[in-house]
Design a protein around this ligand. Structure first.
Ligand SMILES: Cc1cc2nc3c(=O)[nH]c(=O)nc-3n(C[C@H](O)[C@H](O)[C@H](O)COP(=O)(O)OP(=O)(O)OC[C@H]3O[C@@H](n4cnc5c(N)ncnc54)[C@H](O)[C@@H]3O)c2cc1C
Length: 480
C-alpha cells in the first residue's frame, strides 16, 4: 500500500497510535511521483468517478467505510422481503477489479486537512491512517435527518443501508408474529399498524410494498390473524405526497396507494415518536412499527471543509463541482449542492453518476494542464416512483405518464442499472417469482444470538414474577 503514509504521532481523534511504515522502496518512490486521486465514498458518484479515471496515469484510491456499493433505489424491496441484501449490493473491490490504477480501502474518513492535502481515516485493521492527495473527490452521500429529533431514531428506523433494510424487515415480520400470539385486540391492532413518516418516493414505495406484503404474500400464513387487516398509514406534513412530482401524477399515485389500502394523512406533522407509536397533530396513533422516510442531512465530515453549505449541510460547489477556494477538491453526488440551467441538481442516482463522470474528465484535463470543457450540466432523464405491482409514475420535462407500461419501463431501467450482471440475473429471477406467485423469497427474521435470547428470557421471567401493572403483556397465548 505505497500511497498510505502512517506516522508515529497520536491521533487527535481517538488517541490511538498511528503505525509507522518503513523507508520507501524504489517502487514506492516511483509510484509516489504519480498523482494521487482519493475518492471518499463508493456510492453512485464515487464509482462513476473512479471508472471515468480508467485511462488516467494516476493512482486512484476509493475509500469507503463499508466494503460494498448499494443500489439504494431497491432498498425498500429488501426491507419488504422481495429481495435479499446481496442481490442489490456489490463488493467495491469486485467493481474495481478490472481497473488496475484503482485500489480500495475499507476505512472511515474522519478528517480532511486542505493545507497539508491529506485525509485522515480509521481502518478496522490498520487503525489511523493519513492519506495524501493531489485531487480529492468527496462523494459521501447524505444521512437520514430527524429534523432535530434524533431521539425518534430509536423507535423509527430510516432506510439507508442494508442493515437498516434488514432491521425494518425483521420489525415488520416480527410485528405479525406478536400479533399472532396475542388475544388482546388493542395489542393486536397496534402490532398490525405501520406508520410511515414522509410522503416522498421512499415512503410511497415502502408503503405500497408493505400493503402488498400484507394483502398477498402473508395471506394464509397465520392462523389467528389476517394480515390483510393491517393498517398502513403514510403521514406527510406537506399538502400532498410526492412533492417533486406534478400534482396530477402525485394524485394518481395517491389514488393507487389508497386502492392498495394505504391511508394517507397530509398536512399532518409528527410531534412524538415513542415505543407505542406516534403523536401526530396532537392525536396518538398506536403503532408497533414506525418508519422514518422524511429527510436527509449531510454527514458531519463535510463541515470540516469549512466551505459554504446549504440548509441540509450539503457543500455548495462552483459550476465545476470544485469546493470554492480549494482547487482540486470536489464534492459530488448527494453531498453537494449545485445548480444546472438555473435549477438545483436533485439528489438522485442519475445526477450522482453524471457528476462522477464529469469530475473524472475534469481531473484528466487538469492533469494535462487544461481546463474542464465547460461547467457541469445535468441531463435530466426524469424521475420515477413505483406504487406496488404494475403501477409506476414517470415525469420528465416533456412526459408525464403513469400505469402498467411505465411500471415496465421502471423495472427495465432498474434492472439494467444494477451494478453487476449477477445482480441483474438474480433480481430478475426474484421479480418473476414474486410477480407470478405473489410470494417473496426473503421472508426471514434473523435469529437472535443465543446470549441475547437468554437475556430476553431472563428479563421476561423477572417481569412475570412482579405483579403486572398497566398494559397487558403482548405475548399471551391465543385462545384456540
Ligand atoms: C431508500 C432510498 C431510495 C432511493 N431511491 C432512488 C430512486 O428510486 N432513484 C434515484 O435516482 N435515486 C434514489 N435514491 C437516491 C440515490 O440513492 C442517491 O441520490 C445516490 O445514492 C447518491 O449517490 P452518492 O454516491 O452521492 O451517495 P451514496 O450512494 O449514498 O454513497 C455514499 C458512499 O459514501 C460512503 N461514506 C459516507 N461517509 C463516509 C466516510 N466518512 N468514510 C468513508 N465512506 C463514507 C458510504 O458508505 C457510501 O458507500 C434513493 C435513496 C434512498 C436512501
Amino acid at each position: 500500500m505505497p500511497k498510505i503514509l502512517r506516522s508515529d504521532s497520536r491521533s487527535i481523534l481517538n488517541g490511538a497510535p498511528m503505525r509507522h511504515v518503513n523507508v520507501p522502496s524504489p517502487v514506492r518512490a516511483t509510484r509516489m511521483l504519480r498523482k494521487q486521486i482519493v475518492i471518499v465514498g463508493g456510492g453512485f458518484a464515487g464509482i462513476a468517478a473512479a471508472r471515468g479515471l480508467k485511462r488516467v496515469d494516476a493512482d486512484v484510491t476509493i475509500i469507503d467505510r463499508r466494503n460494498h456499493h448499494i443500489f439504494q433505489p431497491l432498498l425498500y424491496q429488501v426491507a419488504t422481503a422481495v429481495l435479499a441484501p446481496s442481490e442489490i449490493a456489490a463488493p467495491i473491490r469486485q467493481l474495481a477489479r478490472e481497473q488496475k490504477n484503482v485500489s480500495v480501502l475499507l476505512a472511515d474518513v474522519t478528517g480532511v486537512d486542505l493545507e497539508s492535502r491529506t485525509i485522515e481515516a480509521v481502518s478496522p485493521k490498520a487503525g489511523m491512517l493519513k492519506i495524501p492527495f493531489d485531487y480529492l473527490v468527496i462523494a459521501t452521500g447524505v444521512q437520514p435527518s430527524y429534523f432535530g429529533h434524533d431521539e425518534f431514531a430509536k423507535y423509527a428506523p430510516s432506510l439507508k443501508t442494508l442493515g437498516d433494510a434488514e432491521d425494518i424487515r425483521a420489525k415488520i415480520l416480527g410485528a405479525y408474529e406478536l400479533a399472532e400470539t396475542t388475544n388482546d385486540e388493542a395489542v393486536r391492532a397496534r402490532q398490525m399498524t405501520f406508520v410511515l413518516v414522509g410522503g416522498g418516493p421512499t415512503g410511497v414505495e415502502l408503503a405500497a410494498s408493505i400493503a402488498q406484503l400484507a394483502t398477498t404474500t402473508l395471506r394464509g400464513q397465520y392462523r389467528h390473524i389476517d394480515p390483510a387487516d393491517s393498517s398502513i398509514i403514510l403521514i406527510e406534513s406537506g399538502k400532498r405526497i410526492l412533492p417533486t412530482f406534478s400534482d396530477r401524477l402525485a394524485a394518481k399515485a395517491a389514488k393507487r396507494l389508497e386502492k392498495l389500502g394505504v391511508r394517507i394523512l397530509t398536512g399532518v406533522r409528527v410531534e412524538i415518536v415513542d415505543a407505542t407509536g406516534v403523536v401526530a397533530n396532537s392525536n396518538r396513533i398506536p403503532a408497533a412499527t414506525v418508519l422514518w422516510t422524511a429527510g436527509v442531512a449531510a454527514p458531519p465530515l463535510l463541515k470540516l471543509l469549512g466551505a459554504e453549505s446549504d440548509r441540509a449541510g450539503r457543500v455548495v460547489v462552483d459550476p465545476y463541482l470544485n469546493v470554492k477556494q480549494a482547487s482540486g477538491v470536489f464534492v459530488i453526488g448527494d453531498a453537494s449542492m449545485t445548480v444546472s440551467d438555473g435549477r438545483p441538481v436533485p439528489g438522485v442516482a442519475q445526477a450522482a453518476i453524471q457528476e462522477g463522470r464529469y469530475v473524472a474528465s475534469a481531473i484528466a484535463r487538469y492533469m494535462k494542464g487544461r481546463a474542464p470543457k465547460g461547467p457541469f450540466r445535468y441531463a435530466d432523464r426524469g424521475s420515477m416512483a413505483v406504487v406496488g405491482k404494475n403501477f409506476a409514475i414517470l415525469e420528465t420535462r416533456h412526459v408525464r405518464v403513469a400505469g402498467f407500461f411505465t411500471w415496465l419501463v421502471w423495472a427495465t431501467v432498474h434492472l439494467m442499472a444494477l451494478p453487476q450482471l449477477q445482480n441483474r440475473l438474480r433480481v430478475q429471477r426474484q421479480w418473476l417469482w414474486s410477480y407470478f406467485t405473489g410470494q417473496r423469497s426473503s421472508e426471514l427474521i434473523p435469529e437472535q444470538p443465543a446470549r441475547s435470547r437468554e437475556a430476553s428470557a431472563t428479563a421476561l421471567r423477572a417481569k412475570r414474577s412482579k405483579p403486572q401493572q398497566g398494559r397487558p403483556a403482548e405475548t399471551k397465548s391465543p385462545a384456540r
